[in-house]
Ligand binder design. Structure first.
Ligand code: ARG
Length: 279
């Protein structure tokens, strides 16, 4: 297992890793029988990331991912327990046996498939830019000379980091600022500290709602391709039985139309609550 990458930003992660001293040790994964025997299904996520996980007006953690996870728990006849972690610690914690699954608007990609098993995709997403309304930025290379924010550990961060290392943004003066929370990045676009933020589509739209000076716009690669992704539920590779249960629930939610209904419901709820993305 790969040890979590400790970034300069996540001093907290470093402290925890040092204190526990065991973050890189592989704990035995719980199988489906252990989960059923304990009566608890342990989920990790990172919030706020509306409409997938965010805080409702009464402070409750709600969203599409929370509902899907609750449905999986019900299918197994157990209770759901949700814990929040920094986004870049979610998969290392899963690999360390600290939870049974991760639902966090988590994009399925090759790198992550080396660390976890993923369910069938349940959401199609793409990368968006949050920029000042006056800026004319559409493709990656338009970010030359700008400081760009992204959530630490996210696919948005990876896209910009790769483009700076050896792609469209190489030697263009573009700088990347990794932040713990996408909403924090947006505040920095408002102050002019960042020229843009790269984040998933629905979150970009949610974060810019009500800010006339900001726009959310799709980010295109140099060749004009959309940067599309798919979300999946991550479980430990050693737990194929849990994975099948997760896939059954996802298939049912998709086929019955309940998943689309939930997305609409939570998008509307997050929109009506301007603070949803910023707690
Ligand atoms: N889809 C992107 C990724 O997987 C961003 C997900 C961020 N999710 C969150 N709950 N903060 O990297």
């Amino acid at each position: 297992m790969k040890c979590p990458v400790i970034r300069p930003l996540s001093v907290f992660a470093l402290v925890i890793a040092v204190v526990l001293g065991g973050s890189c040790k592989k704990a035995p994964q719980r199988g489906l029988d252990d989960i059923k025997a304990s009566g608890q299904l342990l989920m990790l996520t990172n919030a706020p990331f509306p409409p997938y996980e965010f805080y409702a007006a009464d402070g409750d953690l709600v969203g599409v991912d929370i509902d899907i996870a609750r449905r999986i728990a019900r299918h197994l006849g157990v209770e759901l327990t949700v814990s929040i972690r920094p986004f870049d610690e979610l998969l290392p914690a899963l690999a360390a046996g600290e939870a049974d699954m991760v639902l966090a608007g988590l994009t399925i990609n090759d790198e992550r498939l080396k660390q976890a098993s993923f369910s069938l995709p349940y959401i199609d997403a793409m990368q968006y830019l949050i920029i000042p309304s006056t800026a004319n930025i559409k493709v990656l290379e338009d970010l030359g000379g700008k400081t760009v924010g992204a959530q630490a550990g996210s696919t948005g961060e990876e896209i910009i980091a790769k483009a700076i290392a050896d792609g469209a943004l190489h030697k263009t003066g573009c700088q990347l600022l990794a932040l713990a929370d996408p909403a924090e990045a947006v505040a920095k676009v408002l102050t002019g500290e960042l020229g843009a933020v790269v984040v998933d589509d629905t979150v970009a739209l949610q974060l810019t709602a009500g800010h006339a000076v900001l726009s959310a716009t799709p980010l295109f690669s140099q060749s004009g391709a959309m940067l599309s992704e798919q979300y999946g539920v991550a479980v430990a590779p050693s737990n194929p039985e849990l994975l099948s249960a997760v896939n059954e629930v996802i298939t049912e939610l998709k086929n019955s139309g309940e998943l689309s209904a939930k997305i609409k419901k939570y998008e509307a709820m997050a929109r009506e609550q301007p603070g949803a993305a910023a707690q």
